[in-house]
Design a protein around this ligand. Structure first.
Ligand SMILES: [Zn+2]
Length: 412
């Protein structure tokens, strides 16, 4: 039986969202948390973008060190030979890529303005796949941008050409959030049956159906005989109205009525890390978690009305579908209400040592503390807000990696 895997695209779709962004350290922390959850793959950035190079290299180093393992780190680029070459020049150790190109008539005509035909799109894509293979890519996904508005015959042709050239997966992009669960199910099932290759679902929330469409798309792929790789973002952050929320989608495929009886995860996901991950992403993006967000919203396990409170106190199953401990909630959290020492870009050794001491971290000597505090200062210059404990611990544990993440040198 084919299985469900998760590909999180927060560090690509999430950070390209208008008004939002993450520092390179924050992106790294997101990868660390995703790996702890058991996510199959993180789309960790843009290998052709110069300011990403050191961040991408540093994260690949963490993977080599066994810190970011077993999760795959995959970069997203346009399906163009020149972009493939740039990606491998700037990030030589990259091994997993997604190559994106428009596939709907409306985009091919509208974006290329008559300069490129569908045949050109196919050639650009297969040339890019060949180039990536030639450079040593171990896995390649092809992004059919705007799949939901493309015609089926062309999508099948596109996927078969990609497969023939050695691509591993087709990403079905509902770029504009146009699908509904019924259409995406039929389309992806037909695709899976005809192209016989694993399919990724990439769903957006313009009509409020990103999670529902991901679940229906996953069912379509599996009913069509193929593994499915669901694309998600943390807290649903993504272009415009966002993407399928990671936690909600995992809950949906594992807890919704009868679904998990037949449609199962290919790799277990530990949602007990979800609370920490969602809170970190909210802090890093500066976007509060809505009160009613599934699993991690403040009200997800709150009851006020007499009938509900009475019912849940007698037996939580009366009004709760799953337990808060499954999401990593229920632990007491320390909130400082008096004096606070925070990290900042002008932090000193004394305040910093106090902060680290609270986390039971000590330094061999002042010299070491001074070196780490210098990195923390730089991290604050980038983040412009106090670092969280996990970030401070990361810097203290991997100072060489942190230095790489914090090095931003514009090209001449
Ligand atoms: Zn997207």
């Amino acid at each position: 039986m084919p299985k469900i895997y998760f590909v999180d695209v927060t560090n690509r779709d999430g950070v390209q969202t208008a008004r939002l962004g993450l520092s390179k350290l924050e992106k790294t922390m997101i990868n660390m948390y995703l790996n702890e959850l058991g996510i199959f793959q993180s789309e960790f950035g843009f290998p052709t973008t110069r300011h990403e190079s050191l961040y991408l290299q540093a994260n690949l180093e963490l993977a080599e060190m066994g810190v970011l393992k077993a999760m795959r780190l995959e970069g997203w680029i346009r399906a163009a030979t020149a972009d493939v070459e740039t990606a491998f020049r700037l990030v030589p150790s990259i091994r997993h890529l997604n190559l994106s190109i428009s596939t709907s008539d409306i985009m091919i005509n509208g974006k290329f303005q008559g300069r490129r035909s569908k045949a050109d799109v196919l050639n650009m894509m297969t040339d890019a796949v060949d180039a990536a293979k030639g450079q040593g890519a171990e896995s390649i996904g092809v992004n059919a941008e705007d799949s939901s508005r493309a015609d089926m015959a062309f999508l099948i042709q596109f996927a078969l050409a990609a497969k023939e050239h050695g691509a591993d997966r087709l990403r079905y992009c509902d770029t504009l959030g146009y699908d509904n669960p019924f259409t995406i199910y039929e389309t992806i099932k037909t695709l899976a049956e005809n192209v016989e290759m694993p399919i990724e679902t990439h769903c957006h929330g313009d009509l409020g159906m990103a999670v529902a469409n991901s679940v229906a798309g996953a069912k379509g792929a599996i009913d069509g005989g193929q593994d499915v790789y669901i694309n998600t973002t943390i807290n649903g952050i993504g272009e415009r109205s966002g993407n399928a929320d990671l936690v909600a989608t995992v809950l949906a495929v594992t807890k919704s009525k009868t679904f998990a009886e037949k449609y199962q995860l290919g790799r277990p996901i530990d949602l007990r890390k979800a609370w920490r991950l969602a809170k970190f992403a909210s802090y890093a993006f500066g976007v509060p978690i809505p009160l009613n967000q599934p699993g991690v919203g403040a009200n997800a396990f709150a009851h006020a009305s007499g009938i509900h409170a009475d019912g849940v106190l007698k037996d939580p199953q009366n009004y709760e579908l799953y337990n808060y401990t499954e999401l990593g909630r229920g632990e007491p959290e320390l909130v400082e209400t008096g004096r606070e020492i925070c990290s900042g870009e002008y932090s000193g050794v004394s305040g910093f040592s106090h902060l680290m001491g609270r986390m039971a971290v000590s330094f061999k000597d002042t010299e070491e503390a001074r070196r780490i505090v210098e990195l923390v200062r730089y991290a604050n210059v980038e983040a412009q807000k106090p670092l969280v404990e996990d970030e401070l611990l990361f810097i203290a544990k991997y100072p060489q990696i942190a230095k790489k993440l914090l090095t931003l040198t514009p090209p001449d």
